[in-house]
Ligand binder design. Structure first.
Ligand SMILES: Cc1ncc(COP(=O)(O)O)c(C=O)c1O
Length: 406
């Protein structure tokens, strides 16, 4: 179905704010005010002391890893059902990805396997709220506290999700969000971290901002005093940094989106519930479990498809029939990261041979993840019109009925 069927996601102040950026003097966060406004609004929404904006939800992860002290040869534990970015950010820090298996019903990282994977080299744990659902955070936070290991929440797919009444983003040492095109709130590309640790926020901002020494936890402008900054004797950089800054245009759009985040999340949750209701009419589509006390913000609706065994229809054929009947494309889950060619071909090892020479990943490492990954179906929840979502959920219901009678 053409995306035009779905109303635009830019229904608020996006155009108005963009025009103001264009008319203003600075289009970069080094001198502008939109990134600061976005960061303050984000910190306020999460009742956290600091927010630092980045140009993606991957640069956030890289900067967060380095800001908590991860470096060459350290180990970082992340889940085995997730996108590649938790792995790549770890390798960008010259650290070693260590994979923990997942819970087969919630698809989130298994705290027991996290405990098993801890070594003296573990320097961070990345928890991923996959499809919008929080992992079981309490046991992970306990393990982390016991070993003095920082926890980085990767909430690229979750905003306004809750874990036992606590807002996701406020549980770990630092939390990362993405504003990539498909996310709940988007400005094309972008991201932000929130934390209440001032030193961590300052270091993350420096890592993302060329290591300018005058950057602070809440200050992204670099030319604070022209007389000092323009002097040839002035030394600017005290940290190795990258350029991960968010442009002011993106910040302005993300701010307008943040103003409507409750409404945008509500639309996804209501859309997901329409599909969950349709799935109740069969026994072979089992939605991602939402344990009591958890609130899923449903970036997408993940479900295990057991139709190959139950009704003799393959994953591919079920998807084909759904799409042919007018449904939106069902996505499969990404391969478990360590089985991607990028890891298997070992080219990454050349960047730091002494770290990676003995690091080998083989099938069987995370058996639960490897078992469920090919069965997962991801249903679209990104509808801005609930009548449209209902139309699509009714198509799913119709197909289930058709296969029941054939
Ligand atoms: C769980 C997760 N982590 C990290 C990222 C990376 O975010 P970005 O695409 O903004 O770099 C994504 C985005 O797809 C994601 O889904």
């Amino acid at each position: 179905m053409p995306e035009t069927e779905n109303p635009s996601k830019y229904l608020g102040n996006e155009l108005k704010y963009l025009r103001k950026v264009l008319e203003g003097e600075s289009w970069s966060s080094t001198g502008g005010s939109w990134t600061i406004a976005l960061e303050r609004a984000f910190a306020k929404k999460f009742k956290m002391n600091h927010a630092v904006a980045f140009n993606s939800g991957t640069s956030t992860l890289h900067a967060a890893l380095e800001a908590v002290g991860v470096g060459p040869g350290d180990e970082v534990i992340s889940p085995s059902i997730t996108v590649i970015m938790d792995t790549t950010a770890t390798i960008h820090a010259n650290a070693v990805p260590v994979y923990a298996d997942v819970n087969p019903k919630t698809f989130t990282i298994d705290p027991k396997d996290v405990a098993r994977k801890i070594t003296s080299k573990t320097k961070a744990i990345i928890t991923v709220s996959i499809y919008g659902l929080s992992p079981d955070m309490d046991p992970i936070l306990e393990i982390a506290r016991k070993h003095g290991i920082p926890v980085i929440e990767d909430n690229a797919q979750a905003i306004l999700s809750y874990y036992k009444g606590r807002l996701l983003g406020t549980l770990g040492d630092v939390a990362s969000f993405s504003f990539e095109n498909t996310k709940h709130i988007s400005c094309g590309e972008g991201g932000v971290i929130v934390t209440s640790n001032e030193a961590l926020a300052e270091m993350a901002r420096k890592i993302g901002g060329h290591g300018f020494k005058n950057l602070k936890a809440d200050e992204g402008r670099v030319r604070l005093n022209q007389d000092v900054f323009q002097n040839p004797h002035y030394k600017r950089h005290d940290v190795l940094g990258w350029n991960y800054r968010l442009a002011e245009f993106n910040a302005a759009v993300a701010l307008a989106q943040l103003e409507r985040v409750d409404e945008l999340v509500d639309l996804r949750v209501k859309s997901a519930n329409l599909f969950i209701e349709a799935m109740k009419t069969c026994d072979y589509l089992i939605p991602q479990e939402q344990p009591t006390g958890y609130v899923n913000s449903y970036y997408t609706l993940g479900a295990i498809y057991e139709g190959a065994e139950s009704i003799g229809v393959s994953w591919e054929d079920f998807r084909k029939v759904y799409v042919k009947s007018g449904g939106d494309g069902i996505y499969g889950a990404w391969s478990v990261p360590y089985l991607e060619p990028m890891i298997a071909n070992r080219k990454f090892a050349k960047r730091c041979p002494w770290v990676y020479e003995n690091i080998i990943y083989e099938p069987g490492l995370c058996p639960v993840a490897e078992h469920i990954q090919p069965k997962i179906m991801q249903f679209k929840t990104n509808y801005r019109d609930l009548d449209l979502a209902k139309k699509k959920a009714d198509i799913l219901r119709g197909i289930i009925k058709k296969f029941a009678s054939s």
